[in-house]
Design a protein around this ligand. Structure first.
Ligand code: F6P
Length: 320
């Protein structure tokens, strides 16, 4: 394969730039021409294609966001949109494509592979960690660390005022950001979409912790359950302790990627290019048990994400 394309799609994630760099540099190493496609599938349909050189990716390994920019492209769900995308690939003679994004972006990649015969490799880039086939997605570690920084600060002021903090993190269907940031910050309670919650039980847990000498409480709630404000209002009706809501919001999607995300980016990007170089397409790369893996992209997107109940129980046992 001599010419490959690369795009970032869906919600951005810290580490996407490091992955772009790894794909471009690996492609150039193998003597390929590499084309960056701006604004995801939208740019592919609108012919927003730029040649990438060695220096196009200088000084970006440490940067948050994505230099190629990104978009959520509904037109990719239509045959008309898909044909426009394929026309652009043909125009530049692009023989293989690397797609960095979450499950929606992978579905676009799956269509290109399955229905139009474009060898495509998916790199899981989303803070949500909601893809079952890989232990971690790119950006999750940094996003959780950003949440931890904010929760640590909240703990300071909540303890001074003996309050309860309700912190909303991202995750519409997947509670992993809440689970990991809850455990790592010492939060007493997490509320996730995968497990129904009982407000009376939450109030009893708060009261029990206060009886055991705690001066504050942190509740981490995933956005998919409900907003922090609404949850705080409901909780306040059942407790005499003052409750304060905080929504971390898009702050958790920005910032310089952590070491873990930069390492994933380097390995995912390099693996994606090695596959295309060998003429292998229609795969998703990931990490399992600390090893870089690849699997059929269609199978990867069809796997249902499971929740780690063992970690949830661990939190229940140690966060009192
Ligand atoms: O998919 C990543 C994500 O950050 C989700 O956690 C969140 O629900 C969503 O994107 C927010 O999307 P937007 O930035 O388009 O509002």
């Amino acid at each position: 394969m001599k010419r490959i394309g690369l795009l970032t799609s869906g919600g951005d994630a810290p580490g996407m730039n490091a992955a772009i760099r790894a794909v471009v540099r690996s492609g150039l190493y193998y003597g390929m021409e590499v084309f960056g496609i701006e604004r995801g599938y939208t740019g592919l349909m609108e012919d927003s294609v730029i040649p990438m050189e060695m220096r196009s990716v200088s000084n970006i390994v440490q940067c948050g966001g994505t230099r190629l920019r990104t978009a959520r492209c509904m037109e990719m769900l239509t045959v008309e949109g898909q044909k426009k995308a394929v026309d652009t690939l043909d125009k530049y003679g692009i023989e293989g494509l690397v797609v960095i994004g979450g499950d929606g972006s992978f579905r676009g990649a799956k269509v290109l592979s399955e229905q139009y015969g474009v060898p495509t490799i998916g790199i899981p880039g989303t803070i949500d960690n909601d893809l079952e086939y890989t232990d971690y997605t790119l950006g999750f570690d940094t996003a959780v660390n950003t949440c931890l920084d904010i929760i640590n600060k909240l703990r300071d002021t909540m303890t001074s005022h003996e309050r309860v903090s309700v912190v909303e993190v991202m995750g519409r269907r997947c509670g992993d950001i809440a689970l990991y940031s809850g455990i790592a910050s010492g939060a007493e309670i997490i509320v996730v979409p995968e497990i129904a919650f009982d407000m009376n039980d939450i109030v009893s847990r708060i009261n029990r912790s206060r009886a055991h000498g705690k001066h504050s409480n942190i509740i981490v709630i995933a956005e998919g359950v409900m907003g922090a404000e609404q949850f705080a209002k409901q909780l306040q009706q059942g407790t005499e302790h003052a409750v304060r809501p905080t929504c971390i919001g898009h702050v958790q999607r920005g910032g310089s990627p952590s070491m873990a995300d930069r390492m994933l980016a380097a390995q995912f990007g390099n693996k994606a290019v090695r596959l295309l170089k060998d003429g292998i397409g229609n795969r998703a790369v990931g990490i399992r048990n600390n090893k870089i893996i690849e699997m059929d992209i269609i199978e990867a997107v069809s796997m249902k994400k499971t929740f780690n109940y063992e970690l949830y129980e661990t939190l229940q046992m140690i966060s009192m």
